[in-house]
Design a protein around this ligand. Sequence first.
Ligand SMILES: *Cc1c(COP(=O)(O)O)cnc(C)c1O
Length: 421
Amino acid sequence: MKINTKCVQAGYEPKNGEPRVLPIVQSTTYAYDSAETMGKLFDLEADGFFYTRLANPTLDNVEKKIAALEGGVGAMLTSAGQAASLISITNICKTGDHVICAAAIYGGTFNLFNKTLRDLGIEFSFVDPAASEEELNNAFKENTRAVFTETLSNPSLDVCDLELYAKCAHAHGCPLIVDNTFATPVNCRPFEWGADIIVHSTSKYLDGHAVALGGCIVDSGNFDWNNGKYPMLTTPDETYHGVTYTEHFGKAAYIAKARVHLMRDLGTQMAPQNAFLLNLGIETLHLRMARHCENALKVAKFLESNPKVDWVNFPELESNKYFKLAKKYMPQGTCGVISFGVKGGKAEAAKMMEALKLAKIVVHVADARTCVLHPASTTHRQLTDEQLLDAGIMPNMIRLSVGIEDVDDIIADLSQALETV
Ligand SMILES: *Cc1c(COP(=O)(O)O)cnc(C)c1O
């Protein structure tokens, strides 16, 4: 199946007489006729559902769909993107281990790593997202256990050189974990470029309607954990009757452990209702991404030619420093998010935003409706102009998430709002 068909059809396959549409299995628990059958499930000797914190049929089908879209051996849904990032690291890192991470990543992920996981004793080094091979190689230490990056960073839109990151990670016996939220598997499939693990905030384009929070981890099955650095996967887990994940689950060792160990312990499971909504969203992902990209490129070109606009950041503009990498990794388009600066400063940017009619001011990005955010007066309002620049945020910066409305209406709205400043 091609990717467009997978969006619609992968995952759920109804048997004779079963519902055509993926049903919501709104049950925490599952009935069995013997204690022995259930015992086998607990011992991981048989496949089946016994408690929704570990697995649920609705989630299972959506997990299969996302694994098929990314080309992985297995996937696990989580309650939010944050939980996916948390588990992606803690599944293979413990106190005393070290992780290399691109510095331009989603603010929530940065806090999770730099504060919460650091407090728990995992060490992080943040590198320039455009680091050279030498700079990347120099960041590795004896205790490095993973490299983390975003395909297309939120909100700065840095494009990761995935092949280079994978090469450096593998040279040091570490997996490359990629947050593919903004590109989505329709526009980029990081496993094809050497990534080993993918995480998603499904709250963004995969859902697409801004109705359900969620996250997902996908395992490529390609990383060889038997290099002495990952005893949690290659030696017996006494909390699961001495199972050795790499022996019992083979290529799916990482994602199996994420579920039976961390999902069991942390309970950050997605609700079946949200998995149902997510699946509906993914059915049109390929159509929506094509429209988001088409609209965003037209809007970026409009902004670039508008005299009230100071600068535009969108990787598909030829003037952008990531133009070549964007064409290599995302030839069909990147995503619908653009950032731009209004001439003047903070006050002019805020004024322009308030004059918008179609585009609403919201914290969210990457859904069907065009929306804007002014980081300097909202998410980062406690910072001075100087601190904003240190954080890579220009005081006049507006983050624009271009939706799938008629692009003429989006441009007309931006145009009338720019005229007010
Ligand atoms: C939103 C986002 C997250 C966090 O996801 P939630 O679903 O909000 O927890 C992680 N990574 C990226 C790139 C995001 O945009």
